[in-house]
Design a protein around this ligand. Sequence first.
Ligand code: FAD
Length: 291
Amino acid sequence: MKAAPFQYHDPTSIDEAIDLLGKLENAKVLAGGQSLMAMLNMRYAQPDHVVDINRIADLSYIREANGALVIGAMTRQRDLEFSDLVRRTCPILHEAIQHVGHRQTRNRGTVGGSLCHLDPSAELAAMAALHNATLTVAGPKGSRELAFKEFALGFMTPALEVDEILTAIRIEFWPKGHGYGFLEFARRHGDFAVASAGALITLDAKGLIDRASLVIGGVGSVPTRVESAEQILLGTQPTQAVFEEAARACKSIEALDDIHAPASYRLHLAETLARRALAKALLSLRSDGEQ
Ligand SMILES: Cc1cc2nc3c(=O)[nH]c(=O)nc-3n(C[C@H](O)[C@H](O)[C@H](O)COP(=O)(O)OP(=O)(O)OC[C@H]3O[C@@H](n4cnc5c(N)ncnc54)[C@H](O)[C@@H]3O)c2cc1C
């Protein structure tokens, strides 16, 4: 099918984009178009106006600032994949991005587009949840910052007003040498994952886990940080038994039940992937891999 008719706008500054979004009725932001164009062509979305933000150069960058990675919303997914800064400072993000679609979709698809589309399986949304990233949103009243858990209101529903755009995402660094592991299950390479798990851990001088973050993607309506599992891990020796107990806690999260997989299967995957992601995180801690 072809998209319903719309008027096209291509602002060159954030202010101009916000001004257009404030003035125009039924407008939609266009970033990399990897989700929106399909939605337009299938007529799931029928905006009267499309505001293309690809010409806003200020929105595309990857920087280090005050112990954090700061990424502009229009940064292409492919640029994350090839960023040395990302690989050095946030290795799990480097690992996860390689599971996002295909090389061709990553060439166009943006970081901000993925976060705003907010598919429950999106790897970038899972990474934002795992790090409780801070998102910067610009609107007519200026900019505001919100934590990812405030941004992800529900199934494919970001906390954005119609006249706001996401401008940046900030991810605090974990200490150098932390353990990390990301895994997902998808039916075919490049498909959206049925489920994914990401884990970050650090150990204290006695070898006990003193910090842990565990996220499950694709299972609930938004990627879920499993705090009950993190609590099980804290203060313990990183053993297989502890990982199994923490992974079992992942079976208690909300799970979607749809044509792709029943809730029971998604929860089974959550447990299995969480256990393996934790084991992978421990392995990376013990290896001499570059971090
Ligand atoms: C074949 C294929 C396979 C894919 N596989 C995966 C996968 O495995 N994992 C995965 O995560 N994704 C996958 N995707 C989706 C891809 O990652 C998209 O890039 C992403 O979902 C949307 O990013 P985009 O830049 O293309 O945004 P667009 O498609 O342009 O926009 C998506 C939505 O976000 C809004 N939006 C975009 N940017 C902003 C902004 N800065 N502020 C406010 N609103 C904004 C738009 O209005 C629209 O509603 C796949 C896509 C394809 C075509």
